[in-house]
Design a protein. Structure first.
Ligand code: NAI
Ligand code: MG
Length: 499
């Protein structure tokens, strides 16, 4: 437990410097064993705001040892008491929402009003939600034979390795650490190279409440720090969010140790807009679903929008007008709706897809909004949102995850055709249908191949709703009670012969 109560630091540059070159292991902020670090860059300006400690295998080992040691006592606490402490972390984090929002804005380029502040608040909310589930770690009694008492009980797994990406790092970390901790595990998190600071700060705040060693966080790159965490013999479970490619690597490493994994991978989520849909609602749903305020950097992004032919042109025009009205600019400015892409690498990737679309015969690219005028943002990784029409479902733009503000609107004639095309994808994370017809809506919920299907709305991840994909979108669910029970505990069957 950190002794001095942390006060919010509202200057994000000062906070970034304060958190520079630190890992959080066994309740203390320490540099990496090698002393090495890597730069953390503000993508809105390319200014270096901090360095992050470059954790490698020896740091992983120290963190896992600390976690193993701490977990023994943690597991002995009543579930409700662990929950109470996790809720206390949530309450404390609520006092730090503003500083965390500013910090995450600085390191990721996400707009503070539309994204960062919301994410910081949801982080605290997820902790409070899971903290309330500490008494739900129940087993069963199994009828067996007279004189035999047979019960099952849920036990923690031990040390959980959690690997997170940069797009919504706080939320995605919360969905892993909160259930893992409440279930009685200790956790070692590996943050994403591009966004190590806000998650480190959040864990530092939580360490004021949690016993040392229960929640550790390392920064470092994938092969150098993430891989040794997965491979470490003291880690009994890995939970990962990121790309399909890396997810498969993690799965293979975990298979060598025969440990369970949860994988939340990519998506190419379809949105079907039937001719009878409430057009304005559907357009609003496309703006939210496509996560334009997050520059489209979302695994659930509604990046394939199937619109029935009769309303296609009106839908395109209305969507363009809506996105045009959104303001791109300084992510820390309250007036900004859309910030920047996270990094040069992602910027180049997104630009590559836009070029590909522009070169596709028959395709039309509608560029929306306007680049920021401010000269100090001239080096920022801003990309104007692009709506493509005239692109077929077998085009790479519709097959591959772009992870940028690029969506394709595809025209369809009849419902059967829409369902067929929507399901014709490697992915199956989320899907929506927009219609006033109940029969069509119900039928689509049964036939769409996705872990989450919504009708006439496009809500983001909600605490208490199981979230996770089918097909290449992943394995397992997050965000719910079931996800805590199924992914962060192991079941023991106990038979007592009392005859
Ligand atoms: P990534 O999947 O490579 O990185 C995610 C996390 O995995 C990071 O913490 C990274 O350090 C770690 N990692 C990388 N290689 C590893 C390894 N060998 N062993 C263990 N951990 C490893 O994703 P990246 O490179 O950031 O982005 C590439 C693409 O992945 C994006 O363009 C996007 O399409 C997709 N992506 C999907 C996300 C989602 O939410 N489903 C999140 C981030 C990226
Ligand atoms: Mg990668």
């Amino acid at each position: 437990m950190l002794q001095n109560r942390l006060e919010p630091v509202l200057d994000p540059r000062a906070l970034a410097r304060e958190l520079s070159n630190k890992l959080l292991i066994d309740g203390a902020l320490v540099p990496a064993v090698t002393g090495r670090s890597f730069p953390v860059v503000n993508p809105a300006t390319q200014e270096q705001i901090a360095v992050a400690a470059e954790g490698t295998a020896p740091d992983v080992d120290v963190a896992v040892q600390a976690a193993r040691k701490a977990q023994k006592a943690w597991a002995k606490l009543a579930g409700r008491e662990r929950g109470r402490l996790v809720q206390e972390c949530g309450r404390l984090l609520n006092e730090h929402v503003e500083e965390i929002a500013r910090l995450i804005t600085l390191e990721t380029g996400k707009a503070i009003r539309t994204e960062s502040r919301v994410e910081a608040g949801v982080f605290a909310d997820v902790l409070v939600f899971y903290g309330g589930l500490g008494s739900e770690l129940k087993g069963e009694s199994v009828p067996f034979k007279p004189g035999m008492l047979t019960i099952t009980q849920r036990e923690p797994i031990g040390v959980v390795g959690a690997i997170i990406p940069w797009n919504v790092p706080l939320l995605l970390m919360a969905l892993k650490i909160a259930p893992a901790l409440v279930a009685g595990n200790a956790v070692v998190v590996k943050s994403a190279e591009e966004a190590p600071l806000a998650v480190l700060r959040a864990c530092q705040i939580m360490n004021q409440v949690l016993p040392p060693g229960i929640l550790n966080i390392l920064s470092g790159d994938g092969p150098g720090c993430g891989a040794p965490l997965v491979a470490h013999k003291g880690v009994g479970k890995v939970t990962f969010t990121g790309s399909v490619e890396t997810g498969k690597l993690v799965y293979k490493m975990a298979a060598d140790k025969l440990i369970p994994v949860t994988l939340e991978l990519g998506g190419k989520s379809p949105m079907i807009v039937m001719g009878d849909a409430d057009l304005d609602k559907a357009v609003e749903g496309a703006v939210i679903g496509m996560r334009f305020t997050r520059q489209g950097q979302s695994c659930t992004a509604a990046s394939r929008i199937f619109v029935q032919d009769g309303i296609h042109d009106a839908f395109v025009a209305k969507l363009k007008a809506k996105v045009d009205a959104m303001k791109m600019g300084d992510p820390l400015d309250e007036a900004t709706d859309i910030g920047t892409i996270i990094s040069k690498q992602q910027f180049d990737k997104v630009k590559g897809y836009i070029k590909l679309g522009e070169e596709t015969p028959g395709a039309t690219a509608l560029r929306c909004s306007a680049m920021p005028a401010d000269a100090k943002l001239g080096r920022g990784y801003f990309v104007q949102p692009v709506i493509f029409t005239g692109v077929a479902n077998d085009n790479r733009l519709c097959r591959e995850e772009i992870f940028g503000p690029v969506t394709c609107i595809l025209k369809f004639r009849d419902y059967e055709d829409a369902i067929r095309q929507a399901n014709d994808s490697e992915y199956g994370l989320a899907a929506t249908i927009w219609t006033r017809d109940l029969k069509t809506a119900l039928d689509a919920t049964q036939r769409l191949e996705a872990g989450l299907v919504q009708v006439n709305q496009n809500l983001v991840v909600q605490a208490n709703m199981s979230y996770g994909g089918v097909k290449s979108s992943g394995l397992g669910k997050e965000a719910s009670l079931e996800s805590m029970l199924e992914h962060f505990t192991q079941k023991k069957t106990i038979i007592l012969n009392l005859a």
